[in-house]
Design a binder for this molecule. Sequence first.
Ligand code: ADP
Ligand code: GLC
Length: 489
Amino acid sequence: MTSARHPKVLFATSEAHPLIKTGGLADVSGALPSALHALGIDIKLLIPGYRAVLAKCRDMTPFATLANPFAPGEIHLMESRLPESGLPVLIVAYDAFYNRDGGPYQTGGGNDWPDNPQRFALLSYVAAWLGSRDNSSAWQPDIVHCNDWQTGLAPAYLRFWAGRKASSILTIHNLAYQGVFAADMVHALHLPPESFKLQGLEYYGHLSFLKAGLFYCDRITTVSPTYAREIQHETLGFGMQGLLHERRGVLSGIINGIDTQEWNPETDPHLAKAYSAQQLNDKALNKSALQHDIGLHLDAHAPLVAIVSRITYQKGSDTILGMMHDLVREGVQFVLLGSGDKELERAFRKLALNHPGRISINIGYDERLSHRIEAGADIFLMPSRFEPCGLNQMYSQRYGTPPVAHATGGLADTIVDATAENIASGRASGILFYDMHFHTAIAALRHAIHLYRHEPKVWRQLQIAGMAKDFSWQKSAQEYLQLYRSLNL
Ligand code: ADP
Ligand code: GLC
């Protein structure tokens, strides 16, 4: 490989904002490579040609053509650019796999696509092909940067193929999703049979795309330093703790940034009124507008607690339900935006029916409402059982809406707890709790409500400290750059 000072990088991902998004992976895949591109790095995004992606990228030009190893016909690699940042994007156009209605991973009805192993093996295969000597195009990456299980087979293919090849990095955004499929897929996906073992890509008798990536890549990163430590232990290792501990020498945590232009209360076009740390009183207008929009009583003094999140066990949604139940009688208002577990969705709706004007449940995905909630709420709630990084706690601090969160993963790394010492030093920006129990979680929320109601000076200090923090990608992009360089000396 070349020893370029600025390595060429292929950033392979299964979703990227603003082309296609189901969660934080898309935010990161849109923003991080764009930040690296702005630093002058020769980096391209690789993404499947889902229907939504093809519709949004109209100015595509042919980049390369290769045979599909898993199905008949050819794959057309098309090049385009992300609208705002101008980041080059390579689109894997293969209609039979990607150009269909429904989500990137699931049917409209919420079932996994049955051909997911082939669909994401193909994404991985194309990433590896670009990093291999078979790549006949004019652009050859030095590094293939993979993300989560969907691109986990790329480091494996790279390892098995002969000749000159790129180094590989796998970034873990969420260890809970591992891409586990039947053993016969090993043969179907052209993986060597001898790789199907403990020291390889075998996972309890199955093929795991994530394990393949973790085992065969050159470097592993995850999206916060605390999560990088947590996943080496049984509680949050999801069965991979042994391998991760073994590979700890090449494992590091780099905290995510956020898009500080899109999430800026001073310029946010979605808000009823823009505001800044100097004009925090204008936040009140956003609160009344939000209360009005979502059917809550217009009450300037009621603490308004917000949740924007997938409704799952990971996010502690069951704990949130219990907190709502207990606190709604104490004059607290709640707004929830999200979707997920159908049973919990029903339970939230039912509780809201019993407390009209006090609880607003919004099931679905709504970008605009998520901005208006960050601005209009008083307290942001994130009792996640685990949180590799989390983005909403950063958005909320930037919007002067202090978070109450479980001190895990990226939440622990981005929120400064309101201890007496941190308040005295002016650093406190939220409230953390350390044990994931219902009573500790609700005690933390009660503490926040108490500060909000009775200690307005301290509360304002938390708001201002959060708003002053730098959550931009600059610093993290530099850390990725250093990592890239360490692979190409
Ligand atoms: P995760 O990726 O685990 O779901 P993150 O906090 O990293 O959690 O990222 C979630 C992203 O998705 C954030 O940008 C958040 O604002 C957004 N989001 C989640 N649910 C919704 C929703 N229902 N409507 C709008 N945005 C949402
Ligand atoms: C995952 C994690 C979340 C993280 C995001 C982006 O979805 O659950 O904590 O912020 O990836 O890295």
